[in-house]
Design a protein around this ligand. Structure first.
Ligand SMILES: Nc1nc2c(ncn2[C@@H]2O[C@H](COP(=O)(O)OP(=O)(O)OP(=O)(O)O)[C@@H](O)[C@H]2O)c(=O)[nH]1
Ligand SMILES: [Mg+2]
Ligand SMILES: [Zn+2]
Length: 291
């Protein structure tokens, strides 16, 4: 028996990376009987039948399960935002951070296209998020800045690249591992989107260890269904204020004795982050009323 990771399923076959090769596998009959599904990212035990073919004997319990894209055991989300062209969509970034945290996936923010903006600008933006306790990187797929740091983050883990269209997700992956040859640029934006509905999810094995999934860009993302008092839990810089405001149930929207206002004044909390918190809170309150 060998231990492996499912990298893609296609036409009733399952491609599993184990040891130094990718095995074409079928599932043992019992999976059909118990109706157990198997996803990219699943860790499995396989029994080799020949040089390349094997049978999946069992699937290990999942640590996590992402729905879009459908991948099991994702360790981290590399959220790619470009510093310019397209300009940073902070609202989308903050939504993605909420989503990652909600799914139990560690977010890493990658500020890309650093070659196109002054260094102070990259540092300013990444500083805001670093101070808010997120892991950030400044990268360029063109000049190679930060690529080694991204490699280190990806090593031996299962990661998903996410973010708006045109920010350089596929370009970064190509820079990380030139052999990947993922399509990039204006053309791929169209094809990538069009293909997305039919394309099977695939994990790309990295030659330095680990797996990544590239995803097509998107610009809209719903917040998870939260309760109003939970929204602050998804803004890391607000956690020190938990239970410290005058009212225990403080939602930090101008209540008497709210300490977050002070944090804003002394620059401990970034204003735009706070505005997004308020926006997400209002959205959540509105949605609560609909149920
Ligand atoms: N100057 C510069 N251009 C970049 C960089 N990264 C990507 N680009 C360019 O930005 C454009 C979009 O890059 P892609 O890698 O296709 O972007 P993507 O995020 O994969 O886009 P979708 O697949 O549509 O979601 C291409 O023309 C790239 O050459 C970078 O670091 N610096
Ligand atoms: Mg792409
Ligand atoms: Zn408060």
């Amino acid at each position: 028996m060998l231990e492996g990771v499912l990298i893609r399923g296609y036409g009733g076959f399952y491609y599993i990376q184990a040891g130094d090769r990718v095995w074409e596998c079928s599932l043992r009959g019992k999976f059909r009987h118990i109706g157990q599904s198997i996803l990219a990212g699943d860790r499995v035990l396989i029994r080799p039948l020949s040089e390349k073919r094997a049978v999946v004997e069992s699937v290990q319990p999942r640590r996590s399960e992402l729905i879009r894209p459908p991948i099991a055991n994702v360790d981290q989300a590399i959220i790619v935002i470009s510093l310019i062209a397209p300009s940073p969509d902070r609202r989308l970034l903050d939504r993605l951070l909420v989503m990652a945290e909600y799914s139990g996936i560690e977010p890493v923010i990658c500020f890309n296209k650093a070659d196109l903006v002054p260094e102070e600008e990259s540092r300013r933006l990444s500083g805001i998020y670093r101070r808010a306790d997120y892991r950030t990187m400044i990268t360029s797929a063109v000049s190679g800045t930060g690529i080694e740091e991204v490699r280190e983050a990806l090593k031996d883990r299962i990661s998903v690249f996410a973010g708006p269209s045109g920010v350089g997700k596929s370009s970064l992956l190509n820079a990380l591992q030139p052999g990947l040859s993922l399509k990039t640029g204006a053309v791929s934006q169209k094809i990538g989107r069009g293909r997305h509905t039919t394309r099977h999810v695939e994990l790309l094995p990295l030659d330095f260890g680990g797996w990544v999934a590239d995803t097509p860009g998107f610009s809209v993302i719903d917040l998870p269904r939260l309760k109003r008092e939970e929204v602050a839990d998804y803004f890391r810089e607000l956690s020190p204020f938990y239970g410290r405001c005058q009212f225990n149930s403080c939602l930090h929207r101008g209540e008497p004795g709210c300490l977050v206002g002070l944090g804003l004044q002394n620059g401990e909390i970034d204003r735009e982050r706070y505005e997004n918190y308020r926006l997400f809170l209002e959205e959540t309150v509105t949605r609560e009323r609909q149920y």
